[in-house]
Structure formats: structure tokens, C-alpha cells
Ligand binder design. Structure first.
Ligand SMILES: [Zn+2]
Length: 155
């Protein structure tokens, strides 16, 4: 069972550090927005949720499984979380935000991180280009995400 932590979990920190290193600035846990998104990139109209696989019921997950005991209890709890999550996405999209979800299993290995964070950076660079006509940074910087992390390609 994963520990119960709602803020400043390691996966969230990984995403924040990556964004920061690539020059993107953000706000954290904006209370005024539905679901208090973990990371808010206002300039890009993007909110990011970094979800723990277990609590948010990541359905195509490789790492999260329901405990064998009290299954009904957990199922009900997680289903309620999922419902709340989709409601928040609905509300945020209605307000014009693009909602980006990253699950903890997508940040597990260096290869996972290179892929999931690379996708996010790519999206942000495209938005920047669409908005301002110039790339935020040279594209080769995407690779830095992978290079700076250990064991890339070995796991
Ligand atoms: Zn997962």
C-alpha cells in the first residue's frame, strides 16, 4: 500500500523540477481552480495533475493493484476518487484549461520519465511557438531530460 501523501510527493517533484529546468514557470495547488491542480502553467493555459496510480485508479496501470482484502471498500473509495477527478477535468475544460495527467508509473524509470516528460515539454514548446511565434528553447533540449537521468535505456 502506498503512503498517503497529497502534496509534494516525489513524482510531483520530479515533474516540477523538469519544468523548472526547462524554463517553465508555474504555480502550485491553485485553490481557486477545481481539484486544486498540482501544477498550473497559466501562460500556456495548462494544468497538470500528478496522480498516484492507486488512489486515482489508473486503469491501464502496470504497478497498481487492488489489495486482496477489503476489495469492495477500496473499489468504492477509488471509484469515488475517479468520479471526482473526471468532474474536475470537466470543470477545468469548461473554464478553458487544457488538463494534463501524469501517473506515477509514467515516472518510474528514467526511460518512463524521458517519454512522459518529453511529451509534456513538447506540448509546451508547441504552445509557446503558437503563442509567440518562436520556440521556447532549442528542440535538442528534450533529450536533456533523458540524459540527465541515470540508467537511461538500461531499464
Ligand atoms: Zn499507473
Amino acid at each position: 500500500m502506498q503512503a498517503i501523501r497529497s502534496k509534494d510527493t516525489k513524482p510531483e517533484w520530479t515533474v516540477r523540477r523538469c519544468l523548472h529546468r526547462h524554463g517553465f514557470r508555474y504555480r502550485l495547488h491553485d485553490r481557486k481552480l477545481p481539484g486544486r491542480p498540482d501544477i498550473v502553467l497559466k501562460k500556456y493555459g495548462l494544468v497538470v495533475f500528478v496522480h498516484g496510480c492507486f488512489w486515482h485508479g489508473h486503469d491501464t496501470c502496470r504497478i497498481s493493484k487492488l489489495p486482496k482484502s477489503n476489495r469492495a471498500f477500496w473499489l468504492e473509495k477509488i471509484t469515488a476518487n475517479q468520479k471526482r477527478d473526471s468532474r474536475n477535468v470537466f470543470l477545468l475544460e469548461k473554464l478553458g484549461w487544457k488538463v494534463w495527467k501524469i501517473y506515477e508509473c509514467e515516472l518510474r524509470t528514467a526511460a518512463d520519465r524521458a517519454q512522459s516528460l518529453g511529451r509534456l515539454l513538447c506540448f509546451l514548446h508547441q504552445r509557446h511557438k503558437a503563442e509567440y511565434g518562436t520556440a521556447a528553447e532549442a528542440p535538442e533540449r528534450y533529450e536533456a531530460v533523458a540524459e540527465e537521468l541515470p540508467n537511461y535505456g538500461k531499464s
